[in-house]
Unconditional design. Structure first.
Ligand code: NI
Length: 494
């Protein structure tokens, strides 16, 4: 039984909502449900969008069995946030990292931070989705948004590889490019009823070779996708063209057939190892029964960790436990989706969990509906995975306006910034991170760190020891603030 896979299946939004509303957590004695019933997948929140068919994406927690690393880097001037998986395979990881880093570099060159402080900051947000998985084929797609001061655009880029042999496939390895290109040109007139400005001719005789997305539908149809402005007017969004499974069948190479199978009927890449392991059962954990700490008398500080959970979070939990330190974790929905058991471990250890949104977008640039979706999807996955209902929001980049505060209030969340920025995200230096934390912390401080960086996690034992030696007592943000109010913004406590 592959319970993990059932959870990974994709369901329409309506089914997802009703499943969440009516299902109680499955226990190992519960009979297998007749149809896939993912307990919490929020894939609907993160699905790709484009003009035409888009591939379904899988629940990334499947990869929690694999040595996946999610990297990210973020800046406050140019707002850049990127996450991508690495699989511990040299060639595959180099290809993935290469794509993300070159996209970031290009963005930094093309859209430098404006000198006018009133001008909006350029923003690049790159995340990833799992397209397909089997022991011999994994597909991912980078999904990006960039804002360049005047206009915003979306981009995507699919990557396919064989983890068993550390092989990276190019799009031309999956199909007969000539045959698919011919089929795309044949499809062009009918597709133009939806994409009126569609024109493949600038791409020459091999439009498939210029495609930025190659994927399959759940039925095995081939989806070929292009970036905004690539084959149609920019307003038409990213464009996809679909070649039916029956038509594409003779065009697929052996690798293409494996890719199609891995997307239509995905299997856990760890195969037998996890096939018999039971599905994790959500643990309902109460918020920490905080020891009665009186911050009117004690020198209290709160240590906070953003952007996780990630690959180093469990190590961090060990350091916090050793120092008997409660912390506050501002989690990203997409990271909880990838690391649900780590999120549960954080809750179980009694730490506070707050919301850092789903995808780390600058909220001040989003509509109220989009802000609400970023917040509530993350509240939902935290609650479903850990049993904890968050009451705090930390907006990405600390970017706040009245709309953000209003949406936070509606969601019952206090807005929590910080007054000690260790710059750990920038220096990536353990000694500098420790030094900044010990130098800048005062009574009531809220200290900002990121548990997705190895160097930051490594700094925690010395920060704890150093501040405890100075007489500080660590508390959660809620304990530091006393009774934080929804929609109100805080940078420090008493
Ligand atoms: Ni962040």
């Amino acid at each position: 039984m592959r319970r993990a896979w059932l959870r990974a299946a994709i369901v329409p939004v309506a089914l997802l909502l009703s499943a969440c509303a009516t299902q109680s957590p499955m226990s190992s004695s519960t009979p297998e449900p007749p149809s896939p019933t993912p307990s919490v997948t929020t894939a609907a929140e993160t699905a790709l969008t484009g003009n035409g068919d888009v591939p379904q994406v899988l629940d990334p927690d499947l990869l929690e069995h694999l040595p996946v690393t999610v990297h990210s880097q973020s800046g406050y001037q140019q707002r850049i946030f990127a996450t991508w998986p690495e699989f511990g395979k040299p060639k595959i990881d180099a290809a993935i990292r290469g794509y993300y880093l070159s996209t970031i570099k290009q963005f930094e060159q093309d859209y430098p931070q404006p000198t006018d402080p009133e001008a909006p900051s350029p923003e690049l947000n790159l995340d990833w989705h799992l397209l397909a998985a089997s022991p011999s084929m994994i597909g991912i797609v980078a999904d990006g948004y960039q804002f360049a001061g005047a206009d915003a655009s979306d981009l995507w880029h699919s990557m396919w590889f064989d983890p068993s042999t550390d092989t990276v496939y190019q799009p031309a390895d999956l199909v007969n490019s000539y045959a698919v290109s011919t089929a795309l040109v044949g499809l062009e007139p009918s597709r133009r009823t939806m994409v009126t400005t569609l024109d493949l001719s600038p791409l020459g005789s091999n439009p498939y070779g210029a495609a930025t997305l190659v994927a399959f539908t759940g039925n095995g149809d081939l989806i070929v996708g292009f970036d905004e402005c690539q084959v149609a007017a920019c307003v038409e969004d990213r464009v996809t063209m679909t070649i039916p499974a029956t038509t594409v069948a003779p065009m697929l190479t052996a690798a293409g057939k494996r890719a199609q199978a891995a997307e239509m009927d995905p299997v856990d890449p760890t195969t037998t190892a996890s096939a018999s392991s039971p599905s994790p059962v959500p643990v309902v954990t109460p918020q920490p029964t905080a020891k009665k700490v009186n911050c009117k008398k004690l020198k209290c500080v709160a240590i906070t960790f953003d952007d996780g959970p990630g690959a180093y979070t469990k190590q961090l939990l060990g350091y916090l436990k050793a120092g008997n330190v409660p912390a506050t974790f501002f989690m990203l929905g997409q990271q909880v989706d990838t690391y649900p058991s780590t999120a549960r471990a954080v809750a179980k250890a009694g730490h506070e969990i707050g919301v850092h949104t789903w995808s780390h977008r600058d909220l001040t640039r989003l509509s109220p509906i989009q802000i609400d979706k970023e917040i509530t999807s993350t509240v939902d996955i935290i609650r479903n995975e850990t049993g904890v209902t968050p009451t705090l929001l930390r907006p990405p980049y600390g970017a706040v306006n009245s709309t953000v505060r209003k949406e936070a209030r509606k969601a019952g969340l206090a807005v929590v910034l910080w007054n000690v920025d260790t710059l750990d995200w920038k220096t990536r230096s353990t000694p500098k991170t420790v030094k900044a934390a010990l130098r800048d912390t005062r009574r009531g401080s809220i200290i900002l760190l990121h548990d997705i960086h190895k160097t930051s996690v490594a700094a925690v034992p010395d920060i704890i020891a150093g501040l405890q030696a100075k007489g500080y007592t660590f508390v959660t943000v809620t304990d530091l603030l006393g009774n934080p109010q929804p929609g109100v913004m805080y940078r420090y406590g008493r």
